[in-house]
Design a protein around this ligand. Structure first.
Ligand code: HEM
Length: 292
């Protein structure tokens, strides 16, 4: 029977659940920070990995030799809005089907293929927890849910309002992004900042359902992805074209970040903040000649 007492119990139960959730979130954030600090300090003292051995010898991709690429089968394979994860599935480092992937598998794969510190790999993986409905695993396609991690104004996919299938890159968009390398060969941080502002302004203007305007978290996620891309590829246009448009590792490619214990959360955070805080959607356009 519904009465004042049952309602009060309902409020109390929800408050307790909220407190437990907040406490466990806080504890895992503290634990992640301590681990990350350890990797930051280790990186300060240990020599960087040698060129040719950035991916360790017992992992796929060592010496730039990646398992065979196979484009996904559209009808059956599951793919995400993330080029990093799709490339891993296309090379069979994650299951080619893109289905039933555990968090341990996910974290392990991104850590070794992209030379990330275990703390950063775990943090990125944790962003998918909200999508698994308590199953403990995901299909790559689950990551396409709007405004959980996926957001508008991506560099390689049109907004979901125009393109419900976020699992495949659009090479024309990739070309447009890469054409903004001011020296033609390598995107600088400033090129990425400039293009982010341009892309956000364009999507805001053309998409009546644009959802990034007040979503600072998703703006931050977007810059976070681009910061990682910049650190791992060093802005190299030739490599990025293969990775972003085909979701394939270029032959002989290895991560440009060579930290002994992998790229850390603190490094990723600082590059993310540099990008995000410099984005200005109203910035003066570069000269016409460079616009696609
Ligand atoms: C388990 C870890 C990861 C998860 C769950 C994840 C998830 C996602 C999702 C949902 C998006 C779509 C965001 C959007 O709408 O643009 C995305 C985009 C992206 N991710 Fe990941 N990601 C992970 C790891 C990585 C890693 C390790 C890298 C870099 C090496 C990376 C690079 C990118 C880039 C560059 C984009 C933007 C693509 C675009 O703008 O079109 N991700 N990721």
């Amino acid at each position: 029977m519904v009465n004042f007492f049952t309602t009060a119990v309902g409020i109390f139960r929800r408050l307790i659940n909220l407190l437990i959730a907040l406490a466990s979130l806080l504890l895992s954030a503290i634990w992640l920070t301590i681990r990350d600090l350890y990797y930051c300090i280790a990186n300060l003292f240990l020599p960087r990995r040698h060129v040719g051995s950035v991916v360790l010898s017992d992992h796929p991709g060592h010496g730039g030799v990646w398992p065979q690429f196979q484009a996904p089968i559209q009808a059956t394979d599951s793919r995400s809005p993330c080029p990093a994860l799709n490339a891993l599935a296309n090379h069979d480092i994650l299951p080619r089907s893109g289905k039933h992937i555990s968090y341990k598998q996910l974290s392990h794969a991104i850590q070794h293929a992209y030379n990330l510190a275990p703390s950063l790999a775990d943090q990125l993986t944790a962003s998918a927890y909200q999508l698994d409905q308590g199953r403990g695993w995901i299909d790559l396609q689950d990551l396409s849910a709007l405004n959980v991690i996926q957001h508008d104004a991506s560099f390689t996919r049109p907004d979901i309002a125009f393109c419900p299938d976020q699992g495949a890159p659009h090479p024309d968009l990739v070309d447009k992004f890469l054409s903004h390398a001011s020296n033609g060969k390598s995107l600088s941080l400033d090129d990425i900042v400039y293009f982010s502002g341009l892309r956000r302004a364009e999507c805001r203007r053309t998409n009546g359902q644009y959802s990034m305007t007040w979503s600072f978290l998703h703006q931050f996620f977007g810059s976070g992805n681009n910061a990682l891309m910049y650190s791992v590829f060093g802005g190299d246009v030739k490599d990025l074209r293969v990775w972003l448009a085909e979701e394939r590792f270029p032959d002989q490619w290895e991560p440009k970040n060579r930290e002994a214990r992998g790229h850390t959360i603190m490094q990723a955070m600082s590059t993310t903040l540099i990008i995000e805080l410099n984005i200005n959607e109203k910035r003066k356009l570069r000269s016409e000649a460079r616009e696609p």
